[in-house]
Design a protein around this ligand. Structure first.
Ligand SMILES: *[C@@H]1O[C@H](CO)[C@@H](O)[C@H](O)[C@H]1NC(C)=O
Ligand SMILES: *[C@@H]1O[C@H](CO)[C@@H](O)[C@H](O)[C@H]1NC(C)=O
Ligand SMILES: *[C@@H]1O[C@H](CO)[C@@H](O)[C@H](O)[C@H]1NC(C)=O
Ligand SMILES: *[C@@H]1O[C@H](CO)[C@@H](O)[C@H](O)[C@H]1NC(C)=O
Ligand SMILES: *[C@@H]1O[C@H](CO)[C@@H](O)[C@H](O)[C@H]1NC(C)=O
Length: 447
């Protein structure tokens, strides 16, 4: 499946830090810290929206146990004994959005600059995510930057990960633009710095998460045939991340493409490679192994003290055909949660991620590694209207992914993923506060 994901972001990057209303912001942030202390409670296992859905679901193939889980999902405590899963909810109108445009933000990737390419409707920008039973605040850029002061955040994944990073840069641009501090001129490995806040954002391009290479640029579906070394680290990112405070790891769409799987330096099978005597193990096999190896890489890093956030699979929305067979996404409104359901490949990808995440978390916990889930799947599933469709390029341009129902227009629904991110960062603050209270001086305990 997909993509013009291989393409580099257009080089319209010139740092232009804005002067900030610094004192006001400080006062504001202090107030926010004093008022927002959402108490944070564990929410175990699978998300509520899978449990509450009415129709029977295909069950995952892998067995998982029900041993007690740590606080993997972010939830907000509403009242005694009641929690709110921020990832389960509905889209509601938001007249205040969007918070930036293609003229105020230079970080929008060419292929996600939908207004530039003539997208006629703009209602898709005017929604906000409303979790069932609580509120998810829209990202406050000053507050975000204050929380990440002196920290670093890396996006590890494919062009959808880059899409989220660019959304973040645009959302923060009301306060400050970062400067380019990349260590290479390779556009697939970017590093940005917010000088006022000493905050670094990086992007590591690794569409398969493991070591990979193109075996044939044509292949059975004319989208390339890839060699995936399923048990080998992609050192382009695994050697670079130790110093980071937060990793947001994601992946998905590239596993649709034909590929040959290697383990222990031998071909063990493939996904739709059509090579004689090579067993087709399906894309799910490659996907599971790739996540397993990526998490193993993280758990093996002695000096990595950061938090690993899995950003779950964001379903594509091709209708009336496959991506290369005339499929398109022409809706202009979100779904309500009762109008669609996670199923088929999307469900399988999602379940594989959750299962591998739990395994990794359990392993990592022994070594002091911390994992969190940013479960964007349901919110994204409900946004068939948020993709570029044919407005990711000029109509006459001959691009591989003509109708793009994978990436997200900016501004657009992907901005909400950064609302999730801020909420999760705030909860980390509460969590470490609680840990100090409970592990340290007993006299400081409440009650
Ligand atoms: C921004 O979008 C408008 C249409 O809303 C378009 O005319 C313009 O070229 C775009 N500008 C940039 C810098 O992308
Ligand atoms: C900036 O942050 C880094 C950690 O990301 C830290 O090592 C460094 O000392 C900080 N620099 C300043 C000037 O605060
Ligand atoms: C495939 O396997 C068959 C049976 O073992 C063998 O005769 C044939 O030569 C193999 N083909 C290739 C290309 O290895
Ligand atoms: C979905 O829920 C909404 C509001 O609760 C309701 O108005 C609508 O009829 C429902 N749609 C379906 C397809 O069940
Ligand atoms: C688009 O490009 C591909 C390969 O680059 C070519 O095979 C195809 O004929 C082109 N289609 C059109 C309509 O120009």
């Amino acid at each position: 499946m997909t993509l013009h994901a291989m393409e580099a972001p257009s080089g319209r990057s010139h740092g232009q830090p804005k002067t900030t209303k610094f004192v006001l912001i400080l006062i504001f942030v202090t107030l926010v810290f004093l008022t927002i202390i959402p108490v944070f409670y564990p929410l175990l296992g699978y998300p509520l929206y899978l449990l509450k859905a009415s129709s029977p679901k295909p069950s995952p193939t892998t067995v998982y146990d029900d041993s007690p889980e740590p606080e993997l999902r972010s939830s907000i405590k509403i009242s005694q004994g009641e929690e709110c899963d921020i990832f389960s909810g509905e889209w509601v109108p938001n007249r205040a959005a969007p918070y930036y445009t293609n003229t105020t933000c230079w970080a929008i990737h060419e292929h996600q600059n939908c207004m530039k390419y003539g997208r006629p409707d703009s209602e898709f920008m005017k929604w906000k995510w409303k979790p069932d039973g609580c509120e998810l605040p829209v990202l406050n850029p000053a507050q975000f930057l204050e929380i990440v002061r002196g920290k670093s955040l890396a996006f590890v994944g494919d062009s959808v990960g880059r899409n989220q990073m660019q959304s973040l840069i645009c959302l923060l641009s009301r306060v400050e633009y970062p400067i380019d501090v990349s260590y290479t001129s390779d556009e697939r490995f970017k590093r940005w710095k917010y000088t006022t806040y000493n905050f670094t954002v990086a992007y590591f391009w690794t569409p398969h998460l493991v070591k990979s290479g193109e075996r044939d640029d044509d292949g059975p579906t004319q989208t390339g045939l890839f060699n995936l070394y399923l048990d080998e680290f992609d050192e382009r990112w695994t050697t670079q991340i130790e110093e980071f405070d937060y990793l947001i790891i994601s992946g998905g769409h590239w596993f649709y493409r034909p590929s040959v799987f290697y383990e222990n330096h031998q071909i063990v099978g493939c996904h739709f490679c059509l090579i004689e005597n090579v067993t087709d193990l399906t894309k799910f096999y490659g996907y599971r192994k790739a996540f397993r190896t990526a998490f193993r890489a993280i758990n093996s890093l002695e000096n990595f003290k950061g938090i690993t956030i899995l950003r779950t699979f964001a379903p594509p929305h091709f209708e009336n055909g496959l991506w290369n067979k005339g499929g398109n996404c022409v809706r202009t409104k979100p779904f309500r949660s009762n109008e669609t359901t996670l199923e088929g490949d999307n469900m399988e990808f999602y379940m594989i991620q959750i299962e591998e995440f739990k395994i990794a978390e359990r392993e990592g916990r022994k070594k002091g590694k911390r994992y969190r889930l940013m479960d964007t799947t349901q919110a994204s599933l409900l946004r068939p209207d948020g993709h570029p469709s044919r407005y990711g390029h000029w109509a006459h341009e001959n691009v591989t992914l003509y109708n793009d129902c994978v990436h997200w227009c900016l501004p657009g629904p992907i901005d909400t993923w950064n609302d999730f991110l801020l909420q999760m960062l705030k909860m980390e603050g509460v969590r470490s506060h609680q840990e100090r209270l409970y592990s340290g001086d007993r006299r400081m305990r409440f009650k």
